[in-house]
Design a protein around this ligand. Structure first.
Ligand SMILES: [Zn+2]
Ligand SMILES: [Zn+2]
Length: 164
């Protein structure tokens, strides 16, 4: 692959990277980079023809290029990756990716951890990122179960009436 093409693609990916949501997939980044306007060439090519050609190529980039770009960015610490629903998601801003999994429905609810203080004192080093999964019963299921137990037990209702 010619160097200038890679440079163009990396430039498009770099500017797309700054506009991504907190968590994004490699495919989302590829789409954003392809849609991003590619500015005039600055890598040394002077002909307008070559310039156009390069920017067109930058627009249709393979997913392998995106993965290579993300791998490079991970190495420099600009990008972090997490596993979400068996898919890899990437971020430039978040130090953590946290799941609360409802054991009744299997639903995954995302939440943020704002302070690392509770963990830092347990870790023999510095933290760059972490991913946690907490399991339990979500609020919806809890209130569902409460409503059901309020409606159902005739026996305990009868008992209550007698007591009154
Ligand atoms: Zn997730
Ligand atoms: Zn639930």
């Amino acid at each position: 692959m010619p160097r200038s093409r890679t440079t163009h693609q990396y430039k498009a990916l770099g500017s797309a990277l700054r506009k991504m949501p907190p968590f994004f997939s490699a495919e989302q980044l590829r789409i954003a980079a392809e849609a991003a306007p590619v500015k005039g060439d600055t890598s040394g090519d002077t002909s307008a023809c070559k310039r156009q050609d390069a920017s067109r190529q930058a627009r249709s980039m393979g997913i392998a290029t995106v993965y290579r770009f993300l791998r490079d960015k991970k190495r420099t610490g600009e990008v972090r990756s997490y596993l979400c629903n068996r898919k890899t998601v990437y971020t430039t801003s978040k130090m953590s990716h946290c799941h609360f999994v409802c054991e009744k429905t299997g639903e995954v609810i995302h939440f943020d951890v704002d302070s690392l203080d509770f963990m830092q004192e347990k870790i023999p080093g510095t933290i760059s990122s972490f991913q946690i999964e907490v399991r339990g019963t979500c609020e919806e299921c809890v209130s569902d179960m409460r409503a059901r137990s309020r409606r159902n037990p005739a026996a305990s209702a009868k008992k209550k009436n007698q007591e009154e």
